[in-house]
Design a protein around this ligand. Structure first.
Ligand code: PSU
Ligand code: MN
Length: 301
């Protein structure tokens, strides 16, 4: 297995010195944000993690290897080329075997982080049960991964392009704790609140770290969702975002978008329809999650 892992020097040194490390996904770079904002944001997020005492490890698939930590050039080529595959769990073997470039989703990043011995992962939002999943069966592989892989995911909740209620039901069935950081309700990405309560509220990183350690001490395999609301000043008005998401969902249906293209299509539409305002919000919440991820990794170490 080790033959597939390729650590950057920074991450390798951090591992050798038992320093806290925070994993970062790359689908958000390749498919979640437009160039050059995507690469700028990725750099900024890495820097924020360093400022808060941890080492960032952005994960991607390149040249038949799982990269744990990317160089400047690798980050640039990932963010600025149009032949990057969106790589979830099922895509990893083929992309590695054929030496293609792949940007890891939450699910695939969790797989790779676990292989690399990294416990904390920060991102924007997780995938979930899509609206209408009763007929399409479109349920993100991120949820199955949370059920089985020992990595905690710091995110701003789930977008309402998804069925948030069904997403929480799925996580409950699979035994995945959803912990709200300083919140009683699950944030809905662009907004600080949704109508759905989290399972547990934690007001400090120590409680979260102790809960994670206890879970894994007990061999209760699987991850946890650490839900961190977007900072107040960057949240978007709820009615506006609801209207836009509904419009994006209609367009996805009209354009017959299916499978792994659904989420990137919806994300792109939302950016287009909010004239970039959602992109700014997206960037701010990712930064906020990176900071919490770093603090949590420091506490865990
Ligand atoms: N949600 C976001 N931004 C994203 C994604 C989801 O707000 O960039 C990406 C993540 O990489 C996530 C993936 O793991 O989309 C989920 O895709 P799917 O729904 O096809 O599983
Ligand atoms: Mn899907």
């Amino acid at each position: 297995m080790k033959q597939y892992l390729s650590f950057s020097e920074e991450v390798l040194t951090a591992k050798q010195n038992n320093q806290p490390i925070v994993a970062l996904e790359s689908t958000i770079i390749s498919h979640g944000m437009p160039y050059p904002k995507n690469v700028e944001t990725a750099r900024l997020v890495e820097e924020l993690i360093r400022e808060h005492g941890a080492v960032p490890a952005t994960i991607a698939i390149m040249n038949g290897e799982i990269k744990i930590g990317l160089s400047e050039e690798e980050l640039e080529s990932l963010g600025n080329s149009d032949h990057v595959a969106k790589a979830s769990r099922r895509d990893l073997p083929y992309l590695l075997a054929t030496k293609q470039m792949g940007a890891t989703t939450v699910a695939a990043t969790m797989v790779c982080a676990e292989l690399a011995g990294i416990k904390i992962f920060a991102t924007g939002g997780i995938g979930g049960v899509h609206r209408g999943a009763e007929t399409t069966m479109d349920i993100s592989a991120d949820l199955e991964e949370l059920a089985q892989t020992n990595v905690a995911v710091v995110c701003a909740g789930a977008k309402s392009i998804l069925d948030i209620g069904l997403t929480l039901e799925f996580l409950e069935t699979k035994g995945v704790p959803v912990i709200g950081y300083e919140t009683d309700v699950l944030p809905a990405f662009y907004t600080r609140t949704s109508e759905f309560p989290v399972n547990f509220r934690a007001n400090d990183v120590e409680t979260i770290a102790n809960t994670l350690n206890t879970k894994w001490d007990l061999n209760l395999n699987g991850g946890a969702v650490i839900a961190n609301p977007i900072p107040k000043e960057h949240g978007l008005p709820e009615e506006e975002i609801t209207m836009i998401i509904n419009k994006a969902l209609r367009e996805a249906e009209e354009n017959n978008i299916h499978g792994k293209d659904v989420t990137p299509f919806l994300l792109g539409k939302v950016v287009e329809l909010t004239e970039g305002k959602s992109l700014e919000a997206n960037i701010e919440l990712v930064k906020n999650n990176a900071i919490l991820g770093a603090k949590l990794a420091v506490e865990l170490a």
